[in-house]
Design a protein around this ligand. Structure first.
Ligand SMILES: Nc1ncnc2c1ncn2[C@@H]1O[C@H](COP(=O)(O)OP(=O)(O)O)[C@@H](O)[C@H]1O
Ligand SMILES: [Mg+2]
Length: 376
C-alpha cells in the first residue's frame, strides 16, 4: 500500500525506474501535466497550415494524432514542443501558457520530451552520452541515465555507438533520451515508421506498456490507423490543418463524424439506402440505425458486420478473395455496387460463388446522402 500512496505523489517514472532497482523511491517529486491547445493557427510562408486547432489531453493519458501525410501533424507537435511559433490561439502545459500571440516559452524550458521520426541520435556519441545530453549536472551525475536505459531494456548497451545498434535499439535510445530529463509531456512523431512490420508491432507494444506504467501525458503522431487506435486513449483525426473529430478509438470506429473519417479509420461499406423510422433498407437487409435519419442515406457497415450465405440465386457474386490467415476479406459484386465482407479464417467460398450478404451487426450509423463519390 505504501508504494501506491507514494506513487501518487512522486513522478511515475521515478517510481518505476528507481523502485525497480532499489525497491523504494529515491528521486525528487514531479508531476505529469495536461496539455491544452485552443484555437491554434500556424502559418509558414503561405496560407495557414493549422487552422483553429483545439485539443485537450488530460494528464497521464495518450492522444494519438492521426491524419494523412501533409495534414499538419508534425507542425502541431512542434508547436506544442515550442519548435514553431503560433500565429493565433494558445497552448498550455499544466497551468502555464507556453504559446500565445504574446508568449513563446522556448522549447528547452517546456519540459517536453520529443522522439522524432528519424530518432535524431548523435552519431558521434555513445548510448549513455546520447541519453545524458541535455540533462542537468545533478541528473548526469546520478543514476538517471542508467535508470532510463534500464526502463527501455538497454543497460547492457550503454557504451555502444548508435551505428552499431539495430533500428529497434536506436528507437529505444531515442525514447530513453526523451524520458531522461523528467518531461511533463512526451511528444512522439511517427516513431515507428522506420522499423519493419514485425519489429514495429513489438516496439509498439513495449511503448504502449511504458506509457501506461509511466502515466506520462503523451501526444503520438501517426498516419497509421492501427497504431493510433492501439496507443491512443483518445484519437484526434486531422485533415487539411483541422481536427475533424476527437474521440475514443471505439467512438471513431462506430460513430465517425463524416464518411471520410469512416473510411480513414477502417474499411467501410457506405450503402446507399432509404431510412424510415430508424430502419434502413439496404442491400444487406434491414439495418437498425443509431442515428436519427429519414430519407436517402449512406449507411456505414463494417466488413465484419456482414455474413455471407451460400445461395444459388443470391444477389451477390464473390469477385475477389483476400486470405490474411487470421481472416479473409471478400469483395462481393452486387451488380450496381460492391461490398466488402470479413469472415473467419478458412475461406468458405470461391470466386464466382453466388451469395446472399446479411447484416449481422447491432446498429449502424447513417450519413445524409450526398452527390459526392464518397460511397461504394
Ligand atoms: N518549415 C516549413 N516551411 C514551409 N512549409 C512547411 C514547413 N513544414 C511543413 N510545411 C508544410 O506544412 C504542411 C503540413 O506539414 P506537416 O506538419 O509536416 O504535416 P504532416 O506531419 O501531417 O505530414 C505541408 O503542406 C508542408 O508542406
Ligand atoms: Mg509529419
Amino acid at each position: 500500500m505504501t508504494f501506491i500512496v507514494i506513487a501518487r505523489w512522486y513522478a511515475p517514472s521515478e517510481v518505476i525506474s528507481s523502485a525497480g532497482r532499489y525497491g523504494f523511491v529515491m528521486s525528487r517529486p514531479y508531476s505529469t501535466a495536461p496539455i491544452s491547445v485552443r484555437d491554434v493557427s500556424v502559418a509558414y510562408d503561405g496560407p495557414p497550415v493549422l487552422q483553429s486547432v483545439s485539443l485537450e489531453v488530460p494528464a497521464g493519458t495518450t492522444l494519438s494524432l492521426l491524419g494523412p501525410s501533409g495534414c499538419g501533424k508534425t507542425t502541431l507537435l512542434r508547436s506544442i514542443a515550442g519548435l514553431e511559433r503560433i500565429a493565433e490561439g494558445e497552448i498550455m502545459i499544466g497551468d502555464q501558457v507556453v504559446s500565445s500571440g504574446r508568449t513563446h516559452v522556448p522549447a528547452e524550458k517546456r519540459r517536453t520530451g520529443m522522439v522524432f521520426q528519424d530518432w535524431a541520435l548523435f552519431p558521434h556519441m555513445d548510448v549513455k552520452a546520447n541519453v545524458a545530453y541535455g540533462l542537468g549536472k545533478a541528473d548526469r551525475n546520478s543514476d538517471r541515465v542508467h535508470d532510463v536505459l534500464a526502463l527501455v531494456g538497454l543497460e547492457a548497451l550503454c557504451d555502444r555507438m548508435p551505428q552499431k545498434l539495430s533500428g529497434g535499439q536506436q528507437q529505444r535510445v531515442a525514447l530513453a533520451r526523451a524520458l531522461a530529463p523528467h518531461p511533463q509531456v512526451l511528444l512522439l512523431d511517427e516513431p515507428f515508421s522506420n522499423l519493419d512490420t514485425a519489429l514495429r508491432v513489438e516496439i509498439r507494444a513495449e511503448v504502449h506498456r511504458l506509457l501506461h506504467e509511466l502515466e506520462v501525458t503523451a501526444v503520438f503522431v501517426t498516419h497509421d490507423q492501427d497504431e493510433a487506435f492501439v496507443l491512443g486513449d483518445q484519437v484526434a483525426v486531422m485533415s487539411g490543418g483541422q481536427i475533424v473529430q476527437v474521440g475514443s478509438p471505439a467512438e471513431l470506429y462506430v460513430q465517425p463524424a463524416t464518411p471520410w473519417v469512416a473510411r480513414f479509420v477502417g474499411e467501410a461499406n457506405l450503402l446507399r439506402s432509404v431510412a424510415h423510422r430508424g430502419i434502413a433498407t439496404t442491400s444487406v437487409g434491414a439495418v437498425p440505425l443509431s442515428t436519427d435519419s429519414e430519407g436517402v442515406v449512406d449507411v456505414l457497415i463494417r466488413p465484419e458486420e456482414i455474413d455471407l450465405q451460400a445461395a444459388d440465386a443470391g444477389p451477390g457474386t464473390i469477385a475477389v478473395i483476400e486470405y490474411y490467415g487470421h481472416d479473409s476479406t471478400y469483395e462481393v459484386d452486387m451488380g450496381d455496387h460492391s461490398i466488402r465482407v470479413r469472415l473467419g479464417s478458412v475461406p468458405r467460398f470461391r470466386r464466382g460463388d453466388r451469395v446472399t450478404p446479411v447484416f449481422v451487426g447491432d446498429e449502424a450509423a447513417a450519413f445524409e446522402a450526398t452527390e459526392s463519390d464518397d460511397r461504394d
